[in-house]
Design a protein around this ligand. Sequence first.
Ligand code: TYM
Length: 346
Amino acid sequence: MAAFKELVFSGVQPTGNLHLGNYLGAISRFVTMQETHDCIYCVVDLHAITVPQDPRELTDQIREVTAAFIAAGIDPKKNIVFNQSQVPQHAELAWIFNCVARMGWLNRMTQFKEKAGKDRENASVGLFAYPTLMAADILAYRATHVPVGDDQKQHLELSRDIAQKFNNDWAEAIVENGHGDAFFPLPEPLIQGPATRVMSLRDGSKKMSKSDPSDYSRINLTDDADAIAQKVRKAKTDPEPLPSEAAGLSGRPEAENLVGIFAALKGVPREAVLAEFGGAQFSAFKGVLVDLAVERLAPIAGEMKRLTQDSAYIDAVLADGSERARAIAQPNIDAVKDILGFVRGR
Ligand code: TYM
């Protein structure tokens, strides 16, 4: 397949409290990726409205996610940071992808099944088509690499299937328009590190999530040092001391989760954590984890607070990012229109 320039894209929904899972599984890795790649980071507000949202809260949350990106260390000048609804090319390409993706593919999406629950007839069409908009987010820029947490794996496989089907179905027109043997890259999911799936602090079998009714299940990015300490101290554990090797974590989901969190916060592999704390009781381990979590997270919370008070600055970042995003996406959409055979003004 044709070679594509490496470009990173990822998105975060503005739908409630950002938590440690979002940070370790995604945002902290966005920060690392900017050292080696051109990156585009999007606040996906069009995805947010696939379920009901209060307009005022949505506005605040779009700004809060943007503030979290910047507070975590993403440089909005070097990278592109914007909100999806300011770049109409996403919705435009999503419609085209709705005509590429098959009902059967979307019917298999486990997140739709979970989110729609029993009352599927009453779910929005947008919730069903959610993954085609995700594919459009990535492919509007012909992005090649997508850092995400483990829960987005199936959606990214679908993005690859859409890219592949587009390349196959329009192969002849793609060649005729001078794009070689493929117009879209097959975007590669980057699901890496010790915290690709951070679990609830109350139940090691459940994912840490924005929607868990218990606030003790998650550490929010806006939590202060006291809240972080309390939540870590109350985190569920088992009575055994920590093992000294990874094999000893199997069947111990809460221990595995805390070790993964520790490793990700410290930026070391799990094995290094186990080598240091093997044989230790949880009470001792939690004490060190509290210090580490506070050291890493409290400054982010402080900076988020400061930034969200300056909404004019945040809005200017989003406007500037959107303009730069549109400039990349528009030629790609034009090319897609030519490939499809649409007539367009030039
Ligand atoms: P969202 O907003 O649910 O989550 C944002 C990112 O956080 C990761 N994440 C986790 N990682 C580890 N442990 C957890 N407990 C945890 N919970 C969430 C998610 O995997 C994600 O990377 N559909 C996406 C947003 C999106 C997107 C895109 C992502 C829209 N378009 C294009 C990549 C590319 C979502 O709902 O993420």
